[in-house]
Structures are given as C-alpha cells and as structure tokens.
Design a protein around this ligand. Structure first.
Ligand SMILES: [Zn+2]
Length: 146
C-alpha cells in the first residue's frame, strides 16, 4: 500500500500569488491574517516574481514557466472565491531596474489576465514596498482596480 497522506487544501477558497523574496516573506505571510482567511482554506503559490509572469507572455519560457502553474491553480479549483495578487518593490524577476516601478505598473495587466481565466472570482491586489531608506520596514498598499 505504501504511505498515503490526506490531500491538503483540496477546496481552497483563497489563492495568494506572491514572490519568494525573503525580504518580504514576513509581510507576505501576514496576508491571510489580514484577510481574516482561515489558513486551511488558503492556497499559496509562491514563485519568483509572484504574479508577474501573468503580465508577460512575451518573456522567454524559463522566465514564464510559473505562469502555467498559476493558470492551472486558477482554473483547477472551483472552490476558489478570492484571488490575491501580490507585487513588491525591487523584485528580482524584473532584473535590476530600480528607477522603474514596473512591478506596480504590471498589476492592472495581471488582474486582466486573472479575470480572463476566472471571471467569477473576487480579485484583490496588493503592492508591498520598502518604507524607509535602510529597507528595514515594509509598507502595504492596496491597489484599487477596475
Ligand atoms: Zn520578487
């Protein structure tokens, strides 16, 4: 028979798509608490760039491989009610381009892609940025869309 495990989060209600940047991990981990979402109902996709690949179909495959993973999750779970797209400042996925806030500018396009795949879901968008020059503190912005 072998060992079997229960399939966790078979019916997730909230999908959080965020980046694995360790500088933002504590802030990102706080999101379910902020959203008052039960941890057992939260599915998290934590990949380089977070939802960024959803805005860039044109990038090379090794950049956008995670796009498929995100799209699969979006279309695979009928139980999903809320999709949370999380962008952050100075994301390495975009390369070194400190003067351009591409991460933030991409969020509307990301929302558009999510909406195309899962029309009936609530979409929440957040942008995390450094709040001081020493980059020891992070602030959260809720991005309104539509
Ligand atoms: Zn990042």
């Amino acid at each position: 028979m072998g060992i079997t495990w229960p399939a966790g989060k078979a019916n997730p209600e909230v999908l959080i798509i965020d980046c694995f940047d360790p500088r933002f991990k504590l802030a990102f981990n706080w999101l379910p608490t902020m959203l008052e979402a039960e941890e057992s109902k939260v599915l998290r996709i934590r990949v380089p760039g977070g939802p960024a690949p959803l805005a860039h179909e044109e990038k090379p495959r090794d950049f956008t491989a995670r796009r498929d993973e995100i799209i699969l999750a979006l279309s695979h779970f009928p139980s999903l009610q809320t999709v949370v797209a999380v962008g952050h400042e100075d994301c390495a996925w975009y390369g070194k381009n400190p003067d351009k806030h591409t991460e933030k500018e991409d969020l509307p396009k990301i929302v558009q892609t999510i909406r195309e795949i899962s029309r009936d879901k609530e979409i929440l968008v957040f942008y995390f940025r450094f709040n001081n020059q020493n980059r020891t503190e992070i602030a959260l912005e809720r991005i309104k869309q539509g």
